[in-house]
Design a protein. Structure first.
Length: 563
RNA sequence: UAGGGCGUAGCCAAGCGGAAAGGCAGCGGCCUUUGGAGCCGCCAUUCGGAGGUUCGAAUCCUCCCGCCCUAACCA
């Protein structure tokens, strides 16, 4: 751990420890709802909770907040576990809020007996109206005081009877709720007699049809934390206004521990969306190929794209933990990926847009194996042999018949180095029937074998190449921002966020690579020299390896071109 | 409107009364068998604004401005 930085939450934990709170214990948890796959924003949440537990010698648990059976599925609990493990996170236990349903039910009866909760017959619309929901008149938004439900003063006995019958299934869905009796004039709307239970006949992914009443988030969350012995309950800013209620419920109950809720600002990234709601629309609307589409900020998408767990962790750590809600530049994420990938990726040559190059003075039918360095950043990675012959492929963009002044690559009459091979000089070109460039013809200097000229002469460019007869076919999927704008959810007029989708987020090329790529396994990573970092996609089949471009390499020439 | 939050460079972010860290991006240069990587340099006379307290304020006080969140029987 090179994480010497701190943040306001760690400061709080440190202070609690100094004051001897919680008997010197630290316990955190991460409580996802299993209603979709998780993304980097979630990673920030569990990396924080996990990191705190690690750093203070505490316990970290994973708890599924599965209190809404209509949205949750086993598929997502499995997926979430898999994604967290991939990112390198571990926990002591996996818990489910649904395992606490019986305890929660008993505690609800405790509140009813104490006159702190009542069964309400108001409909959802009426509850909203009585609560004092904001109304807009003449552009003025008013938040009226709430008014008491007509059922608020039922006796504890009547409430207990009704609540038990709710559980027994005597009433139709939505006909009644159990509500906490707090204060309908409270300035915080969450305190205006919040709903604790609703009647809902839906099959729960773990409880089946055992229940027809389900606790709400507010009634389940703090109590679940207390049951588990959580000391520091972190969540995003969206729950800030729920904290008084979180505390109120715990105040009413005979809980042994008092968790403390602390909120932080969520992570947002430019050029993408970061909420399950929007990600789901992209997936279900067919705008991307699935939850693991490499363009998505989902952990599965990032894994498939080739992002490294370490790079993601470094990135999340670098963005810090504060209460401000900023939007981080995706370039920062890419920076940490390149940093990690540069250190660890084996280099290989692959041509993404091939054009044939023939070395006219190289003997026909001959070939030789040349030494190539696997990773200049890591001598331990060693070297490999790569085949060279008379007919090669080079990158089409590495040749220009009429080069501008800053173009250092190949052009008629000019000499360049073929990486690890020889200096070659372009003598002429061959055109096809339509006059299009079909082949580049060169001569090579046998004395420059390996790439150095004994006479000390220099070239301004080194090109990657691949031997035509030995190369393997490959498909390269090049990704760009999913959205054209930094914040796609910001739209004007008739436009919708989907209008901000980029038409260039995926470009497919068919290229050729060094023969060693033939045996590449899914998720294996490489750097294609001068082109970027690539990761083998599971779509690969025998004879056709598919690569996802994780990130490009900085390209100074392209940059001067763009400017 | 009420309640809750947040405002330090293009982005993220340190800083907590002694006088603006760092990273990303950007811009120059060096180096280079990846125009990669690396290395060097530049990039806030000023911290949303205005007052005040103080020898001294991004840090304390007052007022103002802006932005975000909530107003589900979702989490």
């Amino acid at each position: 751990m090179n994480q010497t930085t701190t943040d306001f939450i760690r400061d709080m934990v440190r202070e609690d420890l100094r004051l001897g709170k919680n008997n010197g214990k630290v316990q955190t948890r991460w409580p996802p709802e299993p209603n979709g796959y998780i993304h980097v924003g979630h990673a920030k949440g569990f990396l924080l909770a996990y990191g705190i537990a690690q750093e203070f010698g505490g316990v970290f648990n994973l708890r599924f907040d599965d209190t809404n059976p209509t949205k949750e599925e086993q598929e997502y609990v499995d997926g979430i576990i898999e994604d967290m493990r991939w990112l390198g996170v571990d926990w002591r236990d996996v818990y489910f809020a649904s395992d606490y349903f019986e305890q929660l039910y008993e505690w609800a009866e405790v509140l009813i007996r104490a006159g702190k909760a009542f069964v309400c017959d108001l409909s959802a619309e009426e509850v909203s109206e009585y609560r004092g929901t904001a109304v807009e008149t003449d552009g003025q938004v008013i938040t009226p005081r709430g008014k008491d439900s007509p059922y608020r003063n039922r006796s504890p006995e009547e409430n207990l009877d009704l609540f038990r019958r709710m559980r027994a299934g005597e009433f139709p869905d939505g006909s009644r709720t159990l509500r906490a009796k707090i204060d309908m004039a409270h300035p915080n709307l969450n305190m205006r007699d919040p709903v604790m239970y609703r009647i809902l006949r839906a099959t729960h992914h773990r409880q089946g049809d055992a229940w027809c009443i389900y606790p709400t988030y507010d009634w389940a969350h703090g109590q679940s934390d207390a049951i588990e012995g959580v000391t520091h309950s972190t969540c995003d800013l969206g729950f800030e206004n729920h904290r008084p209620l979180y505390d109120w419920f715990l105040d009413q109950l005979p809980v042994r521990t008092r968790p403390r809720q602390i909120e932080y600002g969520r992570l947002n990234l430019t050029h993408t969306v970061m909420s399950k709601r929007w990600l789901r629309q992209l997936v279900e609307g067919g705008y991307v190929e699935g939850w693991d589409d490499p363009r998505l900020p989902t952990l599965r998408g990032m894994r498939r794209r080739g992002y490294t767990p370490a790079g993601i962790r470094e990135f999340v750590h670098a963005t810090g933990v504060t209460k401000s809600q900023g939007m981080v530049d995706t370039a920062l994420l890419e920076h940490f990926q390149r940093q990690e990938l540069n250190r660890t990726s084996p280099r290989v040559m692959a041509v993404l847009d091939p054009i044939r190059l023939v070395i006219t003075n190289y003997p026909e039918g001959e070939m030789e194996w040349l030494d190539a360095v696997n990773n200049p950043e890591d001598p331990a990675a060693g070297t490999r042999k790569t085949p060279f012959s008379r007919e090669l492929y080079i990158e089409r963009e590495d040749f220009l018949e009429d080069p501008p002044s800053k173009f250092f690559r190949l052009s008629p009459g000019r000499e360049v180095r073929l990486r690890y091979a020889y200096f070659v000089r372009c003598t002429d070109v061959v055109r096809d029937a339509r006059g299009e460039l079909a082949e580049i013809r060169c001569t090579y200097d046998p004395a420059t074998r390996g790439g150095d000229a004994p006479d000390g002469r220099k070239v301004k460019a080194t090109l990657h190449w691949v031997s035509a007869a030995h190369a393997v076919d490959l498909e390269a999927r090049l990704y760009d921002h999913l959205f054209v704008t930094e914040d796609p959810t910001q739209v004007e007029g008739e436009r919708t966020w989907l209008d901000n989708l980029s038409p260039n987020s995926l470009v497919i090329c068919h290229g050729r690579g060094e023969p060693c790529l033939r045996d590449a396994k899914p998720f294996e990573r490489f750097q294609f020299e001068r082109k970027g970092y690539f990761c083998v996609d599971p779509d690969s089949a025998a004879g056709r390896v598919v690569f996802n471009r994780t990130a490009g390499l900085r390209d100074a020439w392209a940059k001067t071109q763009g400017a």
